[in-house]
Design a protein around this ligand. Structure first.
Ligand code: PLP
Length: 440
């Protein structure tokens, strides 16, 4: 293959390294786990993106999930421009907040009230405070392999030995904070029971990605989620579904609706803002009554409920709420995933796309149902090869094998067919290379 010119991206990255730590404003963008310099993107339209060197890609990153309608969607664009014509921000209530609030709450049986913030991390951080304020308890329970943003108390991994006290996974998080977080393996009812027996009256909430999608795609047994619901109810622990990825993705009301399980607190992000920075948390009204100025739990934001961001969210969620939207998303995703998986199976490649809704994850582990973080093969060299082969052929994935891919409304069958072909070709490259590797 002719070498592809990425010289503009390369020189921009050199420059950005003089401005930002690691050259980026969010770590995964630095391409640390794949080859080469990060690609600087210039524009997007539909399911395509173009980089600063003029290379074109079919995009499966979709800004890490928010762009469920694709890039530069006309309705979202019009919503943003329409709102902007009236000014970018007021720091007062606006009618747009009411409209997005109503759009969500009128369809959502799980929460009575919602508060808008500016990121998923902020939503989680605020809702954890609310859970502690409401229950008067200190500890929170999380699950290994779930990501909840860069909140101090969530940057915690399982400790060693029998105790389930967390160990901080980031410098700068005091041990004392990490100690208030309990960490359990996913999909393990026994561990759950054990932990609740020990800490029952100390746990404010159990936070989980009901569809863990930030560390592979660790689809949980519904029976596990049901057991979690039950034990939380039994011990007065709030069940907290972090649906920043799954919300408005696997269905308008996320995983709660998909599994038919009612959590006590839900956080949203990503899709909710139509590509602009919005997060939200919601709960029943008794719990939300804790939040300032109604209640004693303080939480605020200069740009919370920003009108331009609200307008983007309204435009996007209005499309998502239409009949058949999610069925159509899922059908196109299945079309793509089936093509690639059938090819890989025929060729006997140890590879599989794991999928739910319009999410897919690339698994080189040959195990269909990985459900726990420690079951993922940490050797990501095959992913790195696949990533490069795809990139050279015009398909862009998030640059890490732990991240999932997203399919948007703009990924039509025609483009998915093209992408599937490129995937199959790229798999040949990966597995033929591995063979050569074995021979020598
Ligand atoms: C993305 C994500 C977050 C963090 O959201 P940011 O907007 O990046 O702060 C939190 N929880 C889950 C489940 C996420 O997927």
């Amino acid at each position: 293959m002719a070498t592809i010119d990425r010289s503009n991206s390369e020189s921009l990255f050199k420059k950005s390294n003089t401005y930002f730590p690691g050259g980026v404003n969010s770590p995964v963008r630095a391409f640390k786990s794949v080859e080469g310099a990060p690609i600087f993107m210039k524009k997007g339209d539909g399911c395509h993106i173009w980089d600063e060197d003029g290379n074109k890609f079919i995009d499966f990153c979709c800004s890490w999930g928010p762009l469920i309608l694709g890039h530069n969607n006309k309705k979202v664009y019009d919503g943003i421009v329409g709102a902007l014509q009236n000014g970018a921000s007021f720091g007062t209530p606006t009618v747009l907040e009411n409209q997005l609030g109503e759009l969500i709450l009128s369809r959502n049986p799980f929460i009575d009230k919602i508060r808008f913030v500016s990121s998923g991390t902020e939503a989680v951080m605020s809702a954890l405070r609310m859970a502690r304020g409401f229950t008067g308890r200190k500890k929170v329970l999380k699950f290994e392999g779930c990501y909840h943003g860069h909140v101090d108390s969530m940057l915690v991994k399982a400790g060693s030995g029998l105790v389930t006290f967390g160990e901080s996974s980031s410098a700068g998080v005091p041990e004392e904070y990490a100690n208030e977080t309990l960490v359990l393996p996913l999909n393990d009812i026994e561990a759950l029971k054990e932990c609740f027996k020990k800490y029952k009256n100390e746990i404010a909430c159990a936070i989980i990605e009901p569809i863990p999608a930030n560390n592979g795609l660790l689809l949980q047994d519904k029976s596990f989620l049901l057991a979690l619901r039950e034990i939380c109810t039994e011990f007065g622990v709030l069940l907290f579904f972090d649906e920043v990825i799954s919300g408005f993705r696997v269905g308008f009301n996320g995983a709660a609706e998909l599994y038919g399980i009612t959590p006590d607190i839900i956080t949203y992000g990503k899709i909710i803002g139509g590509g602009l920075p919005v997060g939200a948390y919601g709960a029943k009204k008794e719990i939300m009554a804790m939040i300032s100025p109604e209640g004693p739990v303080y939480q605020a934001g200069t740009l919370s409920g920003n009108p331009v961001a609200m307008a983007a969210g309204i435009a996007q969620l209005t499309e998502c709420a239409k009949d058949g939207f999610y069925e159509d998303q899922e059908a196109r995703t299945k079309f793509f995933v089936d093509r690639v998986n059938t090819y890989a199976k025929d060729k006997d490649y140890n590879f599989e796309l794991v999928t739910i809704g319009s999410i897919f994850w690339i698994s080189f582990d040959g195990k269909k149902s990985i459900q726990k973080a420690d079951q993922i093969n940490s050797d990501m060299s095959q992913f790195s090869k696949l990533f490069s082969a795809l990139l050279d052929r015009g398909v862009y994935l998030g640059p890490s094998g732990y991240e999932v891919g997203f399919i948007s409304q703009a990924h039509t069958k025609e483009y998915l067919e093209e992408a599937a072909k490129i995937f199959c070709e790229s798999l040949d490259v990966v597995f033929d290379l591995s063979k050569v590797h074995l021979t020598f």
